[in-house]
Design a protein around this ligand. Structure first.
Ligand code: ZN
Length: 231
């Protein structure tokens, strides 16, 4: 699997106009008519203010040849939002927090991001060309760790132990190697472990993790909401 995703900080306000908001659990579609305003660092939080996690080309996770995708007719924002919500709802985890899908036209290579929590609602920022399960599930994974792990180094080190990491814990983006940020590793793992499209059939390349590690990671993720509630 290639990891061509490069994480570079970029203001959310650089995203295109006319975002569309789909609120869970009642899919009410609203056109805001303004640039996305989900500035991740603007939300008050008891934990250190997170830096945004922007994605570049996660479709490469699927190994699809570049330039061979068939051209599809453009579908409406309402359809895209429904598709994105259906992907999230199909993830085999309880939806322990509200979320919303915010669509935009990609500015440059930055096609998706986790926009932080806005008054308790996770904001999944998706460019209109990025409503695909690998991208949506990845961003939802960011929401999951943000909500249930925060920046508690003890629980992040527990995640590292599950995955056998020996390098220093890092919870900030690095333009040189986005996987230096353990939050990105978690989101990549989350996508492979919980993408409902894969159904256990499409897995990362050999050596990514063992069946034991995959099971341990899934169990770790499932345990997080319960543990967060008792901390
Ligand atoms: Zn990410």
């Amino acid at each position: 699997m290639k990891h061509l995703i490069v994480a570079i900080s970029l203001l959310v306000t650089a995203c295109g106009p006319s975002p569309l908001v789909l609120t869970s659990p009642s899919p009410v579609v609203t056109s805001l008519g303004a640039s996305p305003s989900a500035e991740p660092s603007a939300s008050p939080s008891p934990t250190p203010s997170p830096s945004p996690t922007f994605e570049k080309d996660p479709a490469d996770d699927l190994g699809a040849p570049v330039g061979t995708a068939p051209v599809k007719p453009r579908i409406t924002d309402a359809q895209l939002a429904v598709q994105a919500q259906a992907i999230v709802e199909a993830i085999a985890l309880p939806k322990g927090f509200p979320y919303r899908i915010q669509l935009y036209d990609a500015a440059g290579p930055y096609h998706a991001a986790f926009g932080g929590f806005d008054s308790g609602t996770a904001v999944l920022l998706l460019s209109r060309d990025s409503v695909r399960s690998n991208i949506v599930v990845h961003e939802y994974g960011h929401a999951w760790h943000e909500r249930f792990m925060g920046y508690d180094s003890a629980i992040w080190l527990e995640y590292g132990k599950v995955r056998g990491y020996t390098d220093q814990l890092r919870l900030a983006q690095n333009a040189d190697n986005y996987l230096d940020d353990w939050r990105e590793r978690f989101a990549v793992d989350f996508q492979w472990a919980f993408n409902p499209d894969y159904g256990g059939k499409l897995m990362p390349s050999d050596g990514y993790w063992s069946p034991v590690q995959l099971a341990a990671f899934r169990q770790f993720v499932i345990s997080l909401p319960v543990r967060a509630a008792t901390r």
